[in-house]
Design a protein around this ligand. Structure first.
Ligand SMILES: C[S@@+](CC[C@H](N)C(=O)[O-])C[C@H]1O[C@@H](n2cnc3c(N)ncnc32)[C@H](O)[C@@H]1O
Length: 303
């Protein structure tokens, strides 16, 4: 049986001993060029300093590079509290906080324990930011979450679920029929709640087809005669770019030829659709009004 990468107890156990581990490399040559471009565009468009949500930080040091880029673009006085690092493993969050304090300098970044598939946790992380997040950083966390089983949401509308999901569900199944949901579809809806229209989700994945439901949705509401109605999530996120990047080598031995391995970098854009029930917050200028001119990806990444 493959490791239970979606399972919290698996990660809690692993993080008891693990000090540092980078999934899919450290992100410096893959995610950071895109992040740098996004931040520069926010700055040159005189938008508010963006709120950054780093999901599933694990025991990676990636957030330190993110902080460096943030300071490089916005200067040493920028409030690094705008970077929120999260994981659903308490061990990862605790270790992340300690690692930052051991660096000797005040990191200023924030940490929170959050299960991205739990609506209450999504509300918690969103309630602490002014406006909403502009950027989501995801280094192989979508990969882990996608290992989980599909879930069936119960027959009756529940009040403690994401209003985006409630609205999509009520539109496609007014009778509240059971709905089958892949974990990544729920993640996409939860992140759509957290992120302002026009915001960006940068994901590094080992999969060349990590977001199939954004091409044709698999979210379905079952009807009595087992026909399925399809809900389109592409009005929440669009895949702006997907490129293959060379995976860092690490298994090279003299005389042994290791085949090239590639990872995949996705830049997803939060579309402007918001549910009617969306809370009426005083957001700063949404990124959708920015009009990103250049491509988001760094030029040093090959297609
Ligand atoms: C493959 S590891 C990647 C860790 C880190 N981003 C890196 O690149 O080294 C996946 C991470 O996602 C976290 N994770 C898995 N499912 C999650 C969920 N539902 N909510 C929040 N974090 C989750 C795990 O605890 C783990 O830290």
């Amino acid at each position: 049986m493959p490791p239970q990468y979606h399972d919290q107890s698996f990660w809690d156990k692993r993080f008891e001993d693990e000090v540092l581990f980078e999934w899919l490399g450290d992100g410096q040559d893959t995610i950071l060029p895109s992040l740098t471009n996004v931040l520069k565009q926010y700055k040159s468009n005189q938008c508010a300093v963006p709120e950054i949500l780093h999901i599933g930080a694990g025991t990676s040091a990636f957030q330190e590079y993110v902080k460096d880029v943030f300071i490089e673009v916005y200067g040493a006085d920028v409030d690094c509290g705008k970077i929120l690092n999260t994981d659903f493993s308490e061990n990862a969050v605790t270790k992340g906080r300690h690692a930052a304090s051991n660096l000797g300098t005040r990191s200023g970044m924030r940490w929170a324990k959050a299960d991205l598939l739990k609506w209450k946790d999504i509300q918690n992380i969103t309630s602490n930011v002014a406006g909403r997040f502009s950027v989501v950083l995801d280094k192989s966390t979508s990969d882990a979450i996608s290992c989980g089983p599909s879930m069936t949401i119960g027959a009756k509308m529940e009040s403690d679920i994401n209003p985006i999901f409630q609205e999509i569900w009520s539109r496609y199944s007014p009778q509240g029929l059971p709905c089958s949901l892949a974990p990544l579809e729920l993640l996409a809806m939860n992140l759509a709640f957290c992120v302002e229209p026009g915001g960006i989700w940068i994901a590094l994945s080992y999969s060349s087809n990590r977001f199939p439901f954004l091409q044709s949705s698999s979210l379905s509401a079952s009807t009595n005669d087992s026909n399925e109605e399809v809900v389109d999530l592409s009005n929440l996120w669009s895949i702006e770019r997907m490129i293959a990047v060379d995976a860092p080598s690490g298994q090279e031995k003299p005389g042994v030829h290791a085949p090239n391995v590639q990872h995949h970098l996705y830049v997803l854009r939060r579309m402007s659709w918001i549910p009617r029930s969306y809370s009426d917050r005083n957001d700063t200028a949404p990124a959708s009004s920015i009009g990103f001119s250049e491509e988001i990806l760094g030029s040093d990444i090959s297609d």
